[in-house]
Design a protein around this ligand. Structure first.
Ligand code: SF4
Length: 711
């Protein structure tokens, strides 16, 4: 990550106006979005959008040609621009040919993408934004920080200052007054403008219609008052049929702002009449700008299913801390990183995509069904292929790829850490390592790793079924007691637990860094180790590892074209299961019984990102803890990432720390003295933060709590 980018991140984090506004909005957004979708089947709507936009993405040029034909039949003039330059030149040409001096614009991200305002100004045409947020941004000389709410990063006081300069009058930060000023200023511009420029939310090939949704009505004025209307529309807005508009209009306002419907929906088919009855001059510029290239890429084609609702930004725990000026370019957030890689250049998105913590919140809410975190990993892979790994990465991964060396180093570190160790924590590290313990203690490496402890565990004889336990690095070397609890619980259900010693790191650090060759070797080593014996299940008590077992090893091997190993990965995936889901099955089958003790501890539960959003297994631990007599109090935003994100907390501690701070506040607000979670990574993050805060709240893995309450 470049130093200048890191400095921008630091500035954004220090901007309390930004973090305050985005934080408040993101909290309110979750509630309003949920309310807006009440009574509707979001998944069904999403599937409709995926079908409609997915099929359109497969034939963009065909739909563009059909749209052109239909729209021209209705009286519009359609121009297909392959590049931003072609689009700019065409619009400037229309302006020049018609003697246009002033333009009013309604909100259009495509116009930001092609830097249209600058081109118009250079051609001597004054271009005025009329969406309130865009106008504020234009006056401030900034770029939008959010795709739907461009000025969300500014306070009303800052807006008052900006407007005061424009009207040369000191204005107070009174929102209704500021809105009135905007209306007064903009009305005249609408009436005087020679040309109106809009974007479009949808372009329908069969009818040649464009659909525009707004809340302020400015698009209606911009598209009807001036004698010329130019609509700039990205190829991804093309769909085949008019009836296909409905699901998009159902999702767009709900996902964007938690509204049931935007205030204005305009469907424009052909030129509308001017006030004197003559037909308007309607031009539609369809913008490709590598959208066809994207459609030809089997991995990235799905990104064209985006309806630009920005809900992926609204739920992103990183975006709400740093905002879109850091997390994005023209387009912001996770989808912004992806679009930047295509519309600008791969290396342009290198810093931006590194901000993604891979929590999966965006994927969960995306109405376009886009695997945003997966595509960001693919960008990382392509960047790593293009640029190669850094020296540090090469050194680290060469160790991780050599199990014996890796484990020998951990055993050495268990001894070397003695001067820094305080009980189970390392609270301070010297020199350049000091940042690692800033705001969070680290777990001390266990004196005896789980793989050694396991040999001394006596398991009952005569069990018929075998299960292989995949420990993962944290349970193996930091929290061996969690592994012991897993063995105890499964033994009680009559399962013999095997711990294949050749197992090693699940490869997540390498995969998340784009180092797929390293991750692939980790996958192959583990697959052979875990399938060496005929077992019924392969269980893991780490959701990140379980996702690797069930999905990511196969995906990595597929990306590497290793078909021989892919079949073995499939066999393993069929047996892989997370601890709580397996225990729930065993309890339901009557093979395990949970016994509430005399003491009924009050606890709260923290969802691990992967357990909740990838494995969708967040109910099993809650039900099991309830049956075990634990009284759960739900914390605020229980499923929002705690900031761990594997190596993310080490690479970007400045972002991980405020995420942890929010989580600790939510925990504190419940009053519970115990936090349960299914992820050893979250255990590490939460315990470390609570230890540094001097808190008496304990954090335990669900397996440890349950193992004490099994009959
Ligand atoms: S990627 Fe999905 S959530 Fe994000 S703006 Fe596009 S449609 Fe909305």
């Amino acid at each position: 990550m470049r130093k200048t980018f890191r400095e921008s991140v630091a500035q954004a984090l220090e901007n309390s106006n930004l973090t305050g506004a985005l934080g408040r909005f993101s909290e309110a957004y979750r509630v309003s979005r949920a309310k807006a979708y009440e009574g509707l089947d979001f998944e069904a709507i999403r599937q409709q959008i995926v079908r409609i936009k997915g099929s359109a993405a497969e034939r963009l040029d065909e739909l563009a040609a059909r749209f052109k034909e239909s729209a021209e039949r209705a009286g519009a003039k359609v121009f297909i621009a392959r590049s931003p330059r072609e689009a700019r030149d065409r619009i400037v040409q229309i302006a020049k040919e018609n003697g246009v001096r002033s333009v009013v614009k309604s909100k259009s991200m495509a116009s930001e993408e092609i830097h249209l305002n600058r081109a118009l100004e250079e051609a001597g045409v004054s271009a005025r934004e009329t969406d309130l947020g865009e106008w504020i941004i234009q006056l401030a000389g900034q770029r939008p920080s959010h795709m739907v709410m461009p000025a969300i990063h500014l306070t009303k006081e800052e807006v008052a200052d900006i407007f005061s300069k424009e009207v040369e009058e000191r204005l107070s930060a009174d929102i209704p007054r500021l809105v009135r000023v905007a209306r007064e200023q903009l009305r005249g511009k609408f009436l005087a403008a020679d040309m109106g420029i809009s974007g479009a939310n949808v372009a329908v090939a069969e009818t040649g219609s464009i659909v525009i949704v707004t809340n302020e009505g400015n698009a209606r004025l911009a598209t009807t008052l001036p004698r010329i209307h130019v609509a700039l529309v990205g190829f991804e807005k093309l769909i085949e049929k008019l009836e296909d508009v409905a699901p998009i209009l159902t999702a767009l306002p709900r996902s964007a702002t938690g509204q049931l419907l935007t205030s204005y929906v305009s469907v424009i088919t052909g030129p509308t009449p001017n006030t004197d009855g003559t037909p308007k001059d309607l031009h539609i510029v369809l913008l490709d700008n590598r959208r066809n290239d994207m459609a030809s890429d089997p991995r990235f084609r799905q990104a064209l299913q985006c309806i630009r609702c920005a809900s992926c930004l609204n739920v992103c725990p990183v975006f709400r801390l740093v905002g879109g000026h850091v997390f994005g370019k023209t387009y912001t957030g996770g989808i912004g990183a992806i679009l930047t890689a295509w519309f600008d250049a791969l290396e342009e998105s290198d810093d931006i995509q590194a901000l993604c913590i891979q929590c999966g919140s965006c994927k969960e809410v995306c109405p376009g069904g886009i695997d945003i975190p997966g595509l960001i990993l693919e960008i990382r892979r392509r960047v790593a292929l293009e640029k190669g790994q850094t020296l540090v990465q090469k050194a680290v991964f060469s160790v991780v790829n050599n199990r014996r060396l890796f484990h020998a180093m951990l055993r050495t570190a268990a001894v070397a850490q003695a001067p820094f160790r305080k009980g189970r924590f390392i609270r301070h590290l010297p020199l350049f390592l000091a940042d690692l313990t800033e705001g969070r203690s680290l777990p001390a490496i266990a004196p005896k790793p789980f793989r050694d402890l396991f040999r001394s565990i006596e398991q009952p004889r005569g069990t018929k079924e075998k299960v292989a336990f995949y420990g993962g690095c944290l349970i193996d070397f930091a929290y061996p007691e969690t592994g012991a609890a897993v063995v105890k619980a499964l033994n009680k259900a009559g399962l013999e637990v095997l711990f294949p010693e050749a197992q090693t790191c699940c490869g997540a650090p390498a995969r998340y860094s784009g180092a797929y060759e390293v991750a692939g070797q980790n996958a192959r080593d583990n697959i052979e180790a875990l399938l060496a014996e005929d077992v019924k299940y392969v269980v893991s008590a780490c959701p990140t590892c379980t996702v690797a077992l069930k999905e990511e090893w196969a995906r990595t091997l597929e990306s590497l074209g290793d078909n021989a190993s892919l079949a073995r990965a499939g066999q393993l995936a069929a047996k892989a299961i997370d601890f709580s889901t397996l225990v729930k099955e065993l309890v339901d089958q009557g093979r395990l019984r949970l016994v509430p003790g005399a003491e009924r501890p009050r606890a709260t539960y923290h969802d691990s990102c992967h357990l909740k959003r990838t494995l969708r297994a967040e109910q099993a631990p809650r039900q099991l803890l309830g049956e075990a007599g634990v009284e759960l109090t739900e914390m605020f935003e229980a499923d929002v990432c705690c900031g761990m994100g594997g190596s993310y907390s080490v690479k970007l501690p400045e972002i991980s720390a405020p995420m942890l701070a929010r989580k600790l506040k939510s925990i504190g607000d419940t009053g519970a003295k115990l936090v349960a979670t299914d992820c050893p990574g979250c255990v590490m993050q939460l315990r470390g933060g609570l230890d540094q805060a001097g808190s008496d709240v304990r954090v335990r893995h669900t397996a440890e709590i349950l193992a004490e309450r099994i009959a």
